[in-house]
Design a protein around this ligand. Structure first.
Ligand SMILES: Cc1cc2nc3c(=O)[nH]c(=O)nc-3n(C[C@H](O)[C@H](O)[C@H](O)COP(=O)(O)OP(=O)(O)OC[C@H]3O[C@@H](n4cnc5c(N)ncnc54)[C@H](O)[C@@H]3O)c2cc1C
Length: 368
C-alpha cells in the first residue's frame, strides 16, 4: 500500500465532500447509487468497494431470477408470519420487474427456460402438494399471478412447475448497471477497503488512512456489514457453485430447485450445467466470510449430479467458486436508517438478484 501526504491539488479534487457515499458496489449498493443519482442528477455520488470488481455475492451467484419454491416457502413459514412472507414475495417480483426494465433483458441475458422443483421423497412431495393452494394464493395476493405452482412430472421426477421464473447472467447484469452508473456520473473507487465508519459524521476511513466524507452514507456490504457496524446482526453464509464443460444431450436445461432451495441447478449457455448449494450439510462451517471450497459439500453435489440427476458419464467441472451471502434472522432484508447520516441496506438472505435493485430503489427514496 502506497502512503503519501496529500498535495494541494489532490485535496481540491479528491478531498471534496460527496452528497452520498455508498459502501459496497454489489447489486444493492450500485442500485442505491443509480436511483439516488436519477432522483438527484446534480448531486455527487461515490461508490467505494474493496475489490477490483464487486467481491461478495452479486457477481458470484447462480443467476436465478426467482421468487421461491414451494418447500422454500414452507420452510419460511416456520420462522416468519404469513404477511411478511407475502410482502417479501411481492418485493421479489417487483424487484425482478424493476431489474429487467432498468437494465434490459438482452443486456442481462434474461431467459425463462422453464422452472421446476423436483422431489425424491414421496412424503415430502405429498406435503408440498398439500401447500400448493396456499402458495398459489400468496402469489395471487402478492402480484396477481394465477396458478404459479402446478403439480407435474419432469425428467422422470415428481415435480412442481413454477410459472414466470427466469434466469440471467450475473456478470452481464453487474456490468450493465456499472456502465449506466458511469454514464450518469456516479464516481467509483475500487480496491478501497473501508476499515471503519464514523456513523455520526458520515465519514469512511480507508485502510490506507484516507478519509471520505459524505452528507449521507449508505452501507451496502451485505454479509460483511457486522465487521463494520457492531450492532448489526447479519450472519454470513458461504455458497458453493460449479459450472461444467459442455455436456452433449443435457436434459437439465431449465432452472431447478430441490430441498427448500438449498440445492439449485440450471442450464447455462452452450449445454453447460450449473449446480450449487448444499450449505445445509455443514452449516456451522459455512457461516463464514472466508471464500473457499468445502470438500464435503463439493463431494455431495457431485454425487447428487451423478446419482440423482444422472448427468451423462464423463461430465467435468469447468469452473468452481464460492460467494458470501448475508442472512437476517427472519430472512427479511434490512433497510435501516441508523441516524440522519447513515443507513444500512443489507441481509438479502440469498435472494438478492430479485431483491437487490428493489431495496436499492427504496433506500434511495428514503435518502432523498
Ligand atoms: C453462491 C451464491 C448463489 C446465489 N444465487 C442466487 C440466485 O440464484 N438468485 C438470487 O436471487 N440470489 C442469489 N444469491 C444471493 C445474491 O447474490 C445476493 O443476495 C446479492 O448479490 C447481494 O448483493 P449485495 O450488493 O447486497 O451484496 P454483495 O454483492 O455481497 O456486495 C457487497 C460488496 O461490499 C464490498 N465490501 C464488503 N466489505 C467491504 C469493506 N470493508 N470495504 C469496501 N468494500 C467492502 C464487497 O467487496 C462487495 O462488493 C446467491 C449468492 C451466492 C453467494
Amino acid at each position: 500500500m502506497i502512503q503519501a501526504e496529500r498535495s494541494y491539488w489532490e485535496s481540491k479534487l479528491y478531498g471534496r465532500k460527496f452528497d452520498l457515499i455508498v459502501l459496497g458496489a454489489g447489486l444493492t449498493g450500485q442500485s442505491i447509487a443509480h436511483f439516488f443519482k436519477k432522483n438527484n442528477p446534480a448531486k455527487k455520488v461515490l461508490v467505494v468497494d474493496r475489490g477490483f470488481y464487486p467481491i461478495g455475492a452479486s457477481t458470484r451467484n447462480a443467476g436465478f431470477a426467482c421468487f421461491g419454491s414451494v418447500t422454500e416457502h414452507m420452510a419460511d413459514m416456520e420462522i416468519e408470519e404469513e404477511s411478511k412472507i407475502i410482502d417479501r414475495i411481492r418485493r421479489r417480483i417487483h424487484g425482478l420487474g424493476l431489474l429487467r426494465q432498468t437494465l434490459g433483458d438482452k443486456n442481462i441475458g434474461y431467459r425463462e427456460p422453464g422452472a421446476y422443483e423436483i422431489f425424491t421423497d414421496a412424503r415430502v412431495y405429498e406435503q408440498a402438494l398439500e401447500h400448493l393452494d396456499i402458495c398459489n394464493r400468496w402469489l395471487r395476493e402478492a402480484a396477481g399471478l394465477e396458478e404459479v405452482y402446478q403439480k407435474c412430472e419432469h425428467n422422470g421426477f415428481p415435480a412442481i412447475s413454477i410459472k414466470q421464473e427466469g434466469c440471467l447472467h450475473p456478470g452481464k447484469m453487474m456490468r450493465t448497471l456499472y456502465e449506466k452508473n458511469l454514464a450518469a456520473g456516479v464516481e467509483f473507487r475500487w480496491q478501497s477497503q473501508v476499515e471503519s465508519i464514523d456513523q455520526d459524521n458520515g465519514v469512511l476511513i480507508l485502510e490506507n488512512g484516507i478519509e471520505l466524507e459524505g452528507e449521507q452514507l449508505a452501507v451496502a456490504t451485505n454479509s460483511f456489514t457486522s465487521t463494520l457496524l457492531d450492532d448489526i446482526d447479519i450472519k454470513p453464509g458461504r455458497g458453493f457453485v460449479f459450472v461444467t464443460k459442455p455436456i452433449p444431450n443435457l436434459q437439465w436445461k431449465g432452472t431447478y430447485h430441490f430441498d427448500r432451495g438449498y440445492y439449485y441447478f440450471r442450464g447455462v449457455e452452450g449445454d453447460r450445467f450449473l449446480l450449487g448449494g448444499a450449505r445445509s450439510l455443514d452449516i456451522d462451517v459455512e457461516t463464514t466470510t472466508e471464500f473457499g471450497t468445502n470438500q464435503k459439500i463439493k463431494k455431495s453435489l457431485t454425487s447428487f449430479a451423478n446419482d440423482v440427476l444422472r448427468l451423462p458419464e464423463g461430465w467435468e467441472i469447468d469452473t468452481e467458486w464460492s460467494g458470501i451471502m448475508g442472512f437476517t434472522s427472519t430472512k427479511s432484508p434490512m433497510l435501516q436508517r441508523i441516524n440522519n447520516k447513515t443507513s444500512v441496506v443489507a441481509g438479502l438472505s440469498g435472494m438478492g438478484v430479485a431483491l437487490g435493485m428493489q431495496l436499492g430503489k427504496e433506500a434511495a427514496e428514503v435518502m432523498k
